[in-house]
Design a protein around this ligand. Structure first.
Ligand SMILES: [Zn+2]
Ligand SMILES: [Zn+2]
Length: 279
């Protein structure tokens, strides 16, 4: 038995639908999964429905991208109420801002004489959340640049002519949104973002968990993070961050050795919270 508490579906930028993810998890005999799409929670209900009546537990989750001191900080939210109106409104605003940003980038490219439309960029994203990689692939396909890297370097990074800054929450805002929606906020993959230095501040803001097991965390890093979680009283979470097959860095669902205990502790946390509500 194993668990995978960080998976992306087609609702954001993954290649498998929530139902397909459930199927894969069942084939692999996983005990629990969490679909944690970027700034979106629409994958949770279909996954729960698909898993109904089976042994597989589907934990509600979301991954919110934030920025702090010029760096990326991703905040995971577990057991968020998927009907919480404020959270839904906030996530919608984030996605709306992404679309507006794509339109602004297209406009700037057009001013530079490049025939790129917001529709092309949206089509490239295929209904998922729109980002600069989609602009880059439109530019490659149109023959304006040879590679995505070239598209970024020439047009899309800060200081280049088609750069448009992104609307981002702060980690504090994301944590607050998650808590208000009844969820547990956890810091995602600190090993990638070098974000563990913010742990003290994040805990003050209400952070309750730490993603210790992750595809990009080495063994010694994982050990260090486990110690840190223990010292700071944070719940340990972990997952593959799989975006499904076919992406730039394919990672198989369930391929990181995350102890069942992580999911069990989270489920206990949710049960206690439930009791606190109904008491
Ligand atoms: Zn992330
Ligand atoms: Zn992720």
């Amino acid at each position: 038995m194993a668990v995978d508490l960080h998976i992306h579906s087609t609702i954001s930028d993954g290649t498998l639908t929530p139902e397909q993810i459930v199927q894969v998890a069942q084939q692999k005999g996983l005990m629990a999964i969490a679909i944690a799409d970027h700034d979106a929670i629409e994958g949770i209900a279909p996954a729960m429905q698909a898993a109904e009546g089976s042994e597989l537990r589907v934990l509600p989750a979301v991954e919110i991208s934030t920025e702090y001191q010029g760096g990326e900080v991703h905040i995971l939210g577990y057991f968020i109420d998927t009907h919480a109106p404020r959270l839904l409104g906030k996530l919608q605003k984030i996605r709306q801002a992404r679309r507006e940003r794509a339109a602004q980038i297209a406009e700037k490219l057009q001013q530079l004489g490049l025939a790129v439309t917001a529709e092309q960029i949206a089509a490239e994203a295929g209904g998922g959340s729109i980002g600069r990689p989609h602009v880059a692939s439109v530019l490659v396909k149109a023959g304006y640049v040879r590679t995505a890297q070239e598209a970024f370097a020439q047009y899309l990074i800060p200081g280049r002519p088609a750069y448009v800054p992104r609307y981002r929450l702060t980690p504090a805002e994301a944590i607050q949104q998650i808590i208000q929606a009844g969820g547990l906020a956890a810091l995602a993959h600190p090993g990638i973002d070098n974000a563990e230095k913010w742990l003290g501040e994040l805990i003050e803001q209400g952070l309750g968990g730490l993603e210790t097991y992750h595809t990009n965390h080495g063994a010694s890093q994982t050990r260090k993070l486990l110690e840190l979680a223990d010292q700071l009283g944070l719940l340990v979470t972990g997952g593959t961050d799989s975006h499904g097959p076919g992406g730039p860095v394919p990672v198989e669902i369930g391929s990181v050795d995350v102890p069942d205990e992580c999911a069990q502790r989270l489920l206990q946390w949710a049960e206690q919270r439930q009791q606190a509500y109904t008491r």
